[in-house]
Design a protein around this ligand. Structure first.
Ligand code: ZN
Length: 430
């Protein structure tokens, strides 16, 4: 029933992954001086890697390796075989530039085409692209995938709301690819100009930044959508489209014939128990120009081992819960701010801003959580609300926290990759 998403039995997928892993390790060792040195330093001979379990013996690759190999890190083909580069925005220091062969570009197109298929689109759809073009992977990726899939592409690019609204009305675009905040802004504009009856949008595919359930409900309502889908991806793994939510909306399917995912404890770098949360570490299985071997993504998630109700046999991971740098160890338990945010989402009387403060007294850790009251609500129910939140945190995240409800707007706003945690336990020698 799928044209682009192959359906494998677990045995078939296992065999494919094993072949891909062996090929990748031999290829990287033979053709990338950077990988060869890493393997030699770790005392690894590529022929030692025979089964999927052997992946654990390989050294990890980090963003540091990408910087070290600048401008064409991890390169494992002659430069004459490179047909394009893309780069991530990179908040500090040098950009990460990644090289692609023609086969890599084809794999990039395929992973995106699979996303459009999983989102239930057909070649009759019109896909309006509202993300950046250029060195950035997003625009190029959506466009390549959409053309491969056979739908009509409307490549407007990032920003330019007026042009977007014009194309939505004149061309009747049915799918929008954007960030969640751009979709939110577009929804507000559609309402402000009373265009809801004049547009034909049914689907939004959104990614590349944090979002919350409230934002998502708001743009789904304002744009009159049938559905929206969270998309995964990163420049290192071709770009967007390495995973997508399916129509069951219970996690994201990822293309396990193109890459492996391991989930490691970010502190010990050992595998977590199946289904537990940790850092996603990826190994590409057919990437030529810049293969990834146990690349630390810093993204936190978990694998969802049960079969998906949608019937697609590709495995799934959960939504990204945050960055491993933000992990808190509290009374011996690893906690991610995303887990706390998930609990707060359940309360309609709360805003989305919160702050965590950690303190140590007499050798014991304490957590204080401040959450903003929802806009326009009275403080009368604060006490009951705080108690309910604390109870839910205890049940779901297994932590005891003192919860305080703050006035709307009382907590500092942080933009981008915010740190919502103040850790006052540090520096006391414990
Ligand atoms: Zn599914």
């Amino acid at each position: 029933m799928y044209r682009f998403i192959p359906q494998y039995s677990p045995e078939q997928l296992h065999a494919l992954q094993e072949d891909g892993l062996r090929w990748t390790v031999l290829h990287a060792y033979a053709r990338s001086p950077q990988y060869r040195k890493k393997f030699q330093d770790a005392g690894i001979d590529p022929t030692d890697i025979r089964s999927l379990e052997d992946v654990r013996h390989l050294p990890l690759t980090t963003a540091e390796d990408l910087r070290e190999g600048y401008p064409l890190p991890l390169l494992a083909v002659p430069e004459s075989e490179v047909v394009r580069v893309h780069a991530s925005s990179g908040t500090t220091g040098k950009r990460k530039i990644l090289a692609y062969t023609q086969k890599d570009v084809d794999s990039f197109a395929l992973q995106m085409a699979r996303c459009f298929e999983l989102a239930g689109l057909s070649p009759q759809d019109r896909v309006q692209i509202a993300v950046g073009y250029g060195l950035w992977t997003a625009g190029a990726g959506f466009q390549l995938g959409c053309e491969q899939f056979g739908a009509l592409t409307v490549p407007v690019g990032a920003g330019n709301l007026e042009l977007h609204l014009q194309m939505l009305t004149d061309l009747g675009s049915t799918c929008l690819c954007s960030t969640a905040s751009m979709a939110l802004l577009m929804g507000e504009e559609v309402q402000r100009h009373a265009l809801a009856d004049k547009i034909k949008l049914r689907t939004v595919i959104f990614g590349a930044e944090g979002h919350n359930a409230k934002m998502r409900r708001a743009f789904e309502r304002d744009l009159g959508l049938k559905e929206s889908f969270d998309i995964g991806g990163m420049t290192e793994m071709y770009g967007p489209g390495s995973s997508l939510e399916c129509r069951a909306h219970e996690g994201l399917h990822y293309w396990a014939d193109l890459f492996l995912i391991e989930i490691l404890d970010p502190l010990t770098l050992q595998p977590v128990a199946p289904g537990e949360r940790g850092e996603m570490v990826v190994t590409s299985l057919c990437k030529e120009a810049a293969p990834l071997i146990r690349y630390r993504t810093r993204d936190l998630s978990r694998l969802l081992p049960q079969p998906c109700p949608c019937g697609c046999s590709m495995p799934r991971h959960d939504h990204i819960l945050g960055r491993s740098d933000d992990m808190i160890v509290f009374r011996g338990v690893n906690i991610y701010p995303g887990q706390i945010a998930d609990v707060l989402q359940e309360f309609k009387d709360l805003g989305s801003e919160y702050h965590i403060r950690l303190k140590r007294e007499e050798g014991r850790d304490f957590m204080f959580l401040q959450v903003e009251r929802g806009n326009g609500l009275s403080s009368d129910t604060d006490e009951a609300l705080a108690k309910a939140v604390a109870g839910r945190l205890h049940d779901k995240v297994l932590i005891s926290a003192a919860v305080e409800i703050a006035d709307t707007g009382a907590l500092p706003r942080s933009f981008g990759k915010s740190r919502r945690v103040t850790d006052a336990r540090l520096g006391d020698g414990a």
